[in-house]
Design a binder for this molecule. Sequence first.
Ligand SMILES: NC(=O)c1ccc[n+]([C@@H]2O[C@H](COP(=O)([O-])OP(=O)(O)OC[C@H]3O[C@@H](n4cnc5c(N)ncnc54)[C@H](O)[C@@H]3O)[C@@H](O)[C@H]2O)c1
Length: 320
Amino acid sequence: MQKILVTGGAGFIGSNFCNLNKGNYDITALDNLFLGDKRNLDDDVTFIEGDACNMEDLDQVGPVDYVLHLAGTSSAPMFMGDGLVEGYVNSIESFLTTLEWARKNGVRKFLYASTSSLYGNNPIPLIETQEVTPINHYAVTKRMYEYSAACYNKVYPDIDIIGFRFMSVYGPNEEAKGIYANLVSQFCWDMARGLSPVIYGDGTQFRDFTNVRDVAQAITLAIETEKKLGADVFNIGTGRSTSLNEIVDALKKAFDNGVEAKYIENPVKEGYVMGQHADITKIQEVLGYEPKVKLEDGIREQVKNVRLDRIRETSSDSLR
Ligand SMILES: NC(=O)c1ccc[n+]([C@@H]2O[C@H](COP(=O)([O-])OP(=O)(O)OC[C@H]3O[C@@H](n4cnc5c(N)ncnc54)[C@H](O)[C@@H]3O)[C@@H](O)[C@H]2O)c1
């Protein structure tokens, strides 16, 4: 069986990837538990508590065929205030250390998380060929990943270094992210407690809400392809817009507990992203990706798997 190291493997996307693919690959999840929760992982996934900035911790993993690098400072608010320097150092150092470790250990493909945040308020549909000007520090770190990957791949062409611009990912296992979790999770947790989810404005703002199962599918296709991908970057989304009102409607159906959304004036006056959705033609054509999870099904699964006791800390007023 081929071996994969997943850094950030006890986090939201990492744990879902590991649990969904544990039968197909020999997977080791490495996480320093900064935001992850070991309980996200099924019992039969190998877990190492360790830091992706530390070669000795990575050495504990042993030889692998692929690395999926998801560790890092995973959202824009984490860079605010005193988190700035630490946020940059953790993201950049973990990326480069893991990449160096991978190359020195003969890894064939290094896959990493970039973000749709790079696009900001670019015209939709968002396409990989657009100019991007990151509007926050989090997005800057991801752009740095992409630049470093391109440079690194020129010097070391034997290792493919493939970036994924994830759109707005939702699904189970996000409780440990607390206030940094996706809106779908925050709304879901509110409604599970009988509280009204708070929507800024009229709820017509939209995102490309993408189920974590589809994200896992796309990553697997990139692992499996025989094509040489170099330092390519792909959008992973659904190619469709979903409004916050549609999310709440799907949650209302799944909970059926009479809880309604509360609408307030949007307090974010500058830089608010009103709408994003991806053009996914490239990943469809190159890797044969097709998003499969219907919103209602994904939301139902998430509602079934809510674990309120695992929420680190939550608030309806985080970024939306
Ligand atoms: N969730 C989304 O919608 C989304 C969208 C775009 C991009 N991304 C990116 O995808 C990746 C995974 O996102 P997520 O939502 O699963 O976030 P997450 O915070 O749940 O996962 C990141 C994991 O990395 C771990 N970690 C952080 N620094 C580490 C280090 N130095 N060594 C070892 N482990 C470390 C954390 O403990 C956490 O478990 C992140 O890089 C994030 O920026 C996520």
